[in-house]
Design a protein around this ligand. Sequence first.
Ligand code: MN
Length: 510
Amino acid sequence: MAALPGDGQRRFVVQKHRARRLHYDLRFEIDGVLVSWAVPMGPTLDPKAKRLAVHVEDHPIEYIDFEGVIPRGEYGGGDVIVWDLGTWEPHDTDDPAAAVAAGELHADVHGRKLRGRLVLVRRGRANAGEQEQWLLLHKDDDFAVPGWDPADHPTSVLSGRTNDEVKADPDRLWRSDLPPDQDSVQLKAEEPATAGVSDDELAALDELGNNGTWEVYGRQLKLTNLDKELFGGRDDEPGLTKRELISYSARIAPVILPYVAGRPLNMNRFPGGATKPGFWNKQLPDHAPDWVPRWVNPDAKEGRTTTYLVVDEPAALIWAANFGALEWHAWTSTTADPRHPTYALIDIDPGPSTSWDDVLVLARLHRTALEHVGVKGQPKVTGRRGIQIWIPVVAGLDFADTRVWVEELSKAIGSVVPDLVSWKWDVQAREGLARLDYTQNVHNKTLVSPYSPRPAPGAPVSAPIAWDELDDPDLRPDGFTVRTVLDRIDRVGDLFRPALGPPQELPPLR
Ligand code: MN
C-alpha cells in the first residue's frame, strides 16, 4: 500500500463506489479507524444541498487509499475509486468520536475537491438493526459553490481514472474476508509499476522493420521510422533510436500515468531528432486514431489549440512518442477544472554561470524553507541542469494563489543568497545568474512531466529524487536516462508518489 504522509494530521477520503447502487463513501479518520457514511448523491460544495448520508460500519484505516474492485457477492461488491483525499480537523471539539456519538460532527476538510466545513447531523435514532440516517451539508462559507455537482468531477485523485477505467483494469482487489493487513490484494506489482508491457510484446517491437504495426496495451499502433536515431550518444555510448524511445514509453507508461492522466498534454516535438530544432505541438492532429483520448478546450480562443492529447491510457503515450514527442508536459490542472492547479511548482532554473553546486544550495534552501512552513514538496532533477519541486495543493486555489505563494517563498530564499539569484526577466540582464521561476504557475504553462525524456545526448530524463539525495555527491541533474531510470525505479520505487497527495493548504508566509 502506498504510504500516505500523515504527520499526526487526520485524513479523510471519499470513495466513489459502484455497488448495487452508486454512492460516495465519506470516511473520516477518528481514533485509528475510518468512521464512514454512504452518501448516495455524493458530497457537494453547494450550500443549499441537503444530502442523505447513511452511517455505515467503520472501515479499517488500511482502506483509505483503496482503489480497485471488490468481488461480486462480497459486501460492497463493485468498483471503487479514491474520489477525494485530504486532511481534516473537527470543528469546536477535540473529541470527534464523542461528537459522532452525540449525533453532530462539524468537519473542516482540506481535499482536492472538497474544501470548507461539512456538517453531519443525525436525523433521529434508528431501530435496532437499522442503519442511522444522517444529513450532510456544506456550510455557506468561503469554499461554498452553488450548484456544484460531484458528477461533474468523475475521476480519481490518485490515478486520474474513472470507475469504468478502474473496473476495466483494476490494480487491486479488496477481500473483506481477510484480516485488515492482508485484505488489499495487489493484482499488479505496485513498485515497480513497470510490469505493464510483457517481454513478448517488447520482443515483437524489436522484430518490426523500420515501419510496422505493434500490438500493445490492447491497441494497434502504426509505428514509423523506428531505426531513426533521435538522440545522440553520450560517454561513448551509441545514440538512441526511435525504437528505443517507443520501448521506453511503453515501459514507463504505467509509472507516469498518475501524473499525466486527466490532464492536457503539451508535446515538445523533435521529428528530426534531438539535434534539430523542436517545436511545441499542442493541437492533436486530425490523423490521430479515434481511440486516442483527447480533450476539447471549451475556452479555446479563435485560431488557438482546440483539441489536446490526454494520456489516459498507456498506448496514448506510445502514440505521442511515435508522433515525435520527445518531451512530455502535462498541465498543472486537469481537464475537469483547467483554471485551478493541483500543484504549486518551484522551478530552480540555472543561468549560464550557475554551477550545479549553486543549484544544490538553492534546492537545499527550499527544502529547509518548506520544512519550516510545514509543506511537503517533491523534488526532481530536470534532466537538463535544474531542479524542480512539485507541491500538491488543495482544491479551490487559482494560479494567482500558487504563483504569489511560490514568488514569496522564492524571494525569501533569494534574499539569503542574493549573489546566486536574479529577478530580471531578460536573460541578458540576468548576467548568468539563476532564476527562481514562479511564473510557471500559470494556466497552460507547464513544466516537464516526471520521467519525461529531454532532447539531449544520451536521452536524460526528468527523474524524481529523494530529498536526501541532494547530499549525494554523485547526483547530477541529467544523470538518469531513458536507459537507466527503469532500473532505478526497480531499485527505489517511484519516488514521485508523494506529489499525488495529500493536497495541502499553502500557509501564509508573512
Ligand atoms: Mn460503499
